[in-house]
Design a binder for this molecule. Sequence first.
Ligand SMILES: [Zn+2]
Length: 276
Amino acid sequence: MKLFLSTDFEGTSGIVAWEQIIEGNPEYEQGRRLLTDEVNAVITGAAEGGASEFVVNDSHHYMRNLHPQDLAGNATLITGRHKPLYMMEGLDASFAGICFVSYHGSIGAEHAVLSHTYNPGAIWEVRINGEVVGESGINALVAAHYSVPIIFVSGDAVTAQEAQGIAPNAEKVVVKQSLGRFAASNLHPKVACEMLKEGATRAVRNIHMMQPPQFKQPVSLDITFLVADMAEMALWVRGVEPVAPRTVRIVGENTLDLYRSFVTVVTLTRALVDAR
Ligand SMILES: [Zn+2]
């Protein structure tokens, strides 16, 4: 049984500041250790539940946060950027399940530590079929395309709640309670890892109860940007339509194509953020 792990960073217990999760800061090495332990706890627990093969896609920032030799379960590591399927690079129909590890709340969520949706410098809000979604909901587009269920989600309480719509039966492990965007009450890493391990074991054992995410067709994806320039630039991508000065829409039936267009828009609008 093969599992796909998409690993972010903000949802790790003990992480409350960008300095802990961005390369070049003294605190980054400590953050990286905390993340690695959590990823390994998920792999170890999933292996106990019966999973035998693991592909980990490092999905945070420059996507080189995990070191291959430190991973448990002889996991394959997808590392570095740029990847066409970004946080979901490597997924295909051969996987039995997906784990979202160390995920975080969407930009705009209340009491969500380090909340953002892909790019905090560009994206104000994302909606799928009218509902506000975070990264778990957007990434579910790829899961839906390949018909692979999301079986496990970890992060703060907001992350667990936001994943409810796309993966109601997934095992949700809450390792911290956010008090704001830069503060949280964190479980001791040992306690967090024990919970992650047990949760992953349960997720694999209950995998038969998990369904791939489903979206009502045709799917519409609305992106609202911080400024109108970004929305205007997004219109350069084929299939992107204007909705309001700061909002664009992509509509389609193929959820993989939709996600690809989203990634293109995110990458393109980064140019305007960097130009600031
Ligand atoms: Zn993220």
